[in-house]
Write a protein that binds this ligand. Sequence first.
Ligand code: ZN
Length: 520
Amino acid sequence: MGFVCTAARFRTEPVCVKIHWQSGCKLDKRYALSSWSGMKGQCTNIIQKRDVMGNSLSCFKAYDIRGRVPGVLNAPLARALGRAVVEILGAKSVVIGRDARLSGPELRDALALGLHEAGAQVTDIGMCGTEEIYYAAANQPFGAGVMITGSHNPADENGFKLVRGGAIPISGDSGLFALRDRVEAILAESGETAGSLDVSPLQHASFRADYVAWLLEYSGAGQLAPVAGRKPLKIVGDAGNGCAGLVLNDLMAALPFEFVCRQMQPDGTFPDGVPNPLLPERRAATAAAVRESGADMGVAWDGDFDRCFFYDADGNFIEGYYCIGLLAQELLRRVPGGKVVHDTRVYWNTREVVQAAGGQPVMGKTGHAFMKERMRAEDAVYGGEMSAHHYFRDFAYCDSGMLPWLLVASLLHRTGKPLAALVAERMAAYPCSGEINRRVQDAPALMRQVRDRYAPSALHEDSMDGVNLEFTDWRFNLRMSNTEPLLRLNVESRGNSVLMEEKTAEILRFLDEQGGAVPA
Ligand SMILES: [Zn+2]
């Protein structure tokens, strides 16, 4: 091992979380050693430091569990989570899956062992996307589903996304924090170490064929025939070495489109970089592939493909905001008069498009659990967040990264119009800033200052998801990050991109002057 016990240098609250010190682990600064065995230089007892919120397991976020492996997420935690899922959710049978990350198999084994120990039958669907767990939980009699995924984060991170039976989300208020407290207690009681893990009985299954068939049928893409005299739609698909390639391979055979594929092979080392299509270098690579191949559109997915991102034929990135309008139109064509839920950040375009298509727009709180809850309450046919999360009533109100592009590609195929033409008018009608993040010292105080400055001249104010202020020709939303000291700003205007840019710069300047904000 070769490191010196540094217990005396750390001051932590005495939360006894015993975690076996495995070969190759690096000391995570969020942990401190509580005892030193002196035997073979192994430290077997680690006290976990509480975070600023007083929570010892800070990997439990508002909607999921995330962290570095093995410092934050590791086998003992996964095993305890498995036991807690059965105890707290009462699940008798649980479906699990994982993304391409190298830490996936170890976390799966530990999770499965915990589930099994607590009395649940475990079904593993192997490497997959998060929505394949949703599909399984929605269509099979599972009491819960757990996806092991680090989504768009770097290779050394991982996480867990959980749903109840019927693919109903579990977030902080609806069980995730109860799970956290139980995991904490189990870890404190058990003294189990990673070294004592056995392989638990696992049942293997695959629902992919059914899921792919459903995607093709629901999107209508499976019934499309080639159009005489027109070249097939050419699509760049960039899977970024995440799991999207697994499903794309099965879809391609059934579609009348031509594909140019990038990084289709799942590879948890992510040799071409972090599986986050929003990173500038990733955007540039997808855009270049679209231009070089002369494609009609490009689609890129994150590591667990619950989000997809669009490019037009010139390689221009299409903001998620305008994709919501496109998809809302498509869904309302099928369900006339339906309701569409949108988030609070930017929505003027969505509301106008939905109303023009005879639908009813409904504002919902940002975040997948809130969106799904609101959609259920309203029986909404579709919900869209500008962050590229698209939710569908007929997909158990869950988000999918496959259905949106199949619907958009079908629309291009049917109309023969380029993607740029379909969104250009809407982009000009409601230009938006895109989400801009600022790292700040005191986010609540700055929010108040911004509100106090702009509210007196506003026509309308709403406090859902932060500060929402609306004026004659522009509006903005300023909100705090759930997990970081960040403020997130979104500005839009009515057909005036100069005004939108001016107001964006003005608010950012105000933040910088008041609170020493720095770009994040
Ligand atoms: Zn994701």
